[in-house]
Design a protein around this ligand. Structure first.
Ligand code: ZN
Length: 111
């Protein structure tokens, strides 16, 4: 029998979730940084080659607060300065955070 002391490596996702629950400013800062990243606002969409990439990209990016997997809620086309912008709404399967991610399709412009 092995009597060595066993140390279990900390789980970074569990640590992040515990911190998000106990420190509201941590969650607010994580959201603020996500909104500053590509796709975080309509003014700064993620550029993709085709519409078929949009939903997969939106649901493969982890939740900015808890790193949980988001689930697709909606996908619509909005307009900004006469340019179409894909707006994908997701909800985190773990913490329930709802957020939008914005995409533009390369080479698509309004005539
Ligand atoms: Zn989450």
């Amino acid at each position: 029998m092995n009597d060595w002391p066993i140390r279990i490596a900390p789980d970074p996702t569990a640590e992040r979730r515990a911190r998000a629950r106990s420190d509201p400013s941590f969650a607010a800062e994580a959201l603020r940084l996500a909104d500053l990243s590509a796709g975080g606002t309509m003014a700064y969409p993620i550029e993709v080659a085709s519409a078929s990439e949009v939903e997969g990209r939106a649901t493969s990016a982890p939740c900015p607060i808890c790193w949980g997997a988001p689930r697709l809620v909606d996908h619509v086309v909005a307009w900004r300065s006469r340019q179409p912008v894909r707006v994908v709404s997701t909800r985190c399967k773990h913490c329930g955070l709802e957020r939008n991610t914005y995409f533009s399709i390369r080479g698509i412009t309004a005539s």
